[in-house]
Design a protein around this ligand. Structure first.
Ligand SMILES: Nc1ncnc2c1ncn2[C@@H]1O[C@H](COP(=O)(O)OP(=O)(O)O)[C@@H](O)[C@H]1O
Ligand SMILES: [Mg+2]
Length: 397
């Protein structure tokens, strides 16, 4: 596909427009969902994508989200992403992008590639050389807001935890591997506890793994929460209400009080050990960092987010994501994030839309927005580049 196609001169934005410091200047998709071959030549401004339902707008945001670690904003399995259709000659999808990172351009490519054993794997490359997902995570932080998050306050703890963990990952790329190690050891422990006489040395070892990973997770979460809350508190009063955040989890509370990994590890290991017979009876692990919930309060109304109206929840959520972006921008060593806002503008009144664009323009990274109508983005003015998306094809407007 287009991976190694010449990187032609980037288009230039209108003069006097301040560009985001970290930005994509090119994005190419091959056999990615309904995009057979799409190339976006970006001039570095914020990006607005509009077009009818099913045109392929969210697919483009998903492609951007997959330049970072994890499964992307749809949490899709890798093979689902490949363009379906009889006339697709390519068995696998591929993405490539040019990331302007402060001073220099980096070429990122991510593709599903069939290996010798016949299995397809996701392979990431940076400037042509294979890299791990963790390396990309250090380079590009991506946060997003999608319509499916609208129910995050009303839904279950698991949804909220995943939502929050996504925010944490943007602060601490190590959170992803820690969570994966924790889950893996927990599955093994749960399986072992189903046996009549589980090997206690093996149990000890698994619980120690869970304790190590869980302690790191608790510290990452507590630190990210503190940074997000600080960023919220610094926000001017505006059209997106402030939230008060709290983590409902014993180990995160410990981590917030004193982020000592050894103490946390010991506490977690002790909890797992003393919970063995209870967990064996339940068939799952009942205590640990996988049970943590995020509590969100609407500060001006002093009300739990779950009890607020749908519109209020949406405004709260946007405020939260903007605050988290701000928290990331303020950190010296972290790269500025890309911000993906899927259908965020549609449900806002015109004042809130204008306020959103002003806030995005004031941040240091590139925002990507979708909507069905060009008019939704009018208030962005010349601070954004606009593209029409139609049936898996894109054209600059
Ligand atoms: N693997 C795939 N191959 C081909 N088309 C796909 C694939 N996955 C999703 N699609 C199609 O992509 C379209 C949805 O694109 P999406 O980006 O969600 O649209 P929207 O512009 O409304 O955000 C749908 O028509 C869907 O059928
Ligand atoms: Mg969509």
């Amino acid at each position: 596909m287009t991976q190694d196609a010449g990187i032609s001169a980037a288009p230039s934005p209108p003069p006097d427009v301040r560009l985001p410091r970290v930005r994509l200047t090119r994005l190419a998709l091959g056999a990615f969902r309904n995009h057979r071959e799409t190339i976006l030549k970006l001039d570095g401004r914020h990006v607005c994508l509009y077009g009818q339902n099913g045109a392929g707008k969210t697919n483009l945001l998903e492609a951007v989200s997959m330049l970072g670690p994890g499964k992307g904003l749809r949490s899709a399995s890798l093979s689902d992403v490949t363009l379906k259709g009889a006339d697709n000659p390519s068995a696998t999808w591929a993405l490539s992008a040019v990331l302007h990172d402060g001073e220099i351009d980096r070429r990122i490519s991510v593709a599903l590639e069939a290996e010798d054993d016949g299995r397809a794997r996701r392979i990431s490359r940076l400037d042509g050389a294979p890299v791990g997902q963790g390396d990309l995570a250090e380079l590009v932080r991506i946060i997003w807001l999608t319509p499916s998050m609208d129910r995050v306050f009303a839904g279950g703890a698991g949804d909220r935890r995943r939502f929050f963990d996504r925010q944490v990952l943007a602060h601490a790329p190590g959170h992803g591997p820690a969570a994966a190690a924790y889950e893996k050891a927990m599955r093994q422990r749960n399986a072992l506890l189903e046996q009549m006489r589980p090997d206690s040395a093996w149990l000890d070892a698994l619980e120690q793994k869970m304790a190590e990973a869980g302690a790191a997770m608790a510290v990452f979460r507590a630190q990210a929460l503190e940074r997000m809350q600080a960023a919220i508190d610094q926000r001017p009063e505006g059209l997106f209400p402030k939230a008060d955040l709290a983590l409902d989890g014993a180990f995160e509370r410990m981590a917030a009080a004193s982020p000592d990994l050894n103490d946390l590890e010991r506490a977690l290991a002790a909890a797992f050990r003393s919970g063995r017979s209870r967990d064996a009876a339940a068939g799952r692990t009942l205590e640990g960092v996988h049970r943590t919930d995020l509590r969100v309060f609407h500060r001006p109304k002093n009300m739990a987010a779950a009890d607020c109206s749908t519109g209020e929840q949406k405004a709260l959520l946007i405020g939260l994501i903007l605050a988290n972006a701000q928290a990331l921008f303020e950190r010296d060593f972290a790269p500025n994030p890309l911000l993906l806002l899927d259908e965020a503008a549609a449900h806002l009144d015109s004042d809130r839309r204008a306020a959103l664009y002003d806030e995005l323009a004031a941040l240091g990274g590139q925002a990507w927005l979708t909507g069905t109508d060009r008019l939704l983005f009018d208030a962005f003015g010349d601070r954004a580049q606009r593209f029409v998306v139609s049936d898996g094809q894109v054209r600059e407007d």
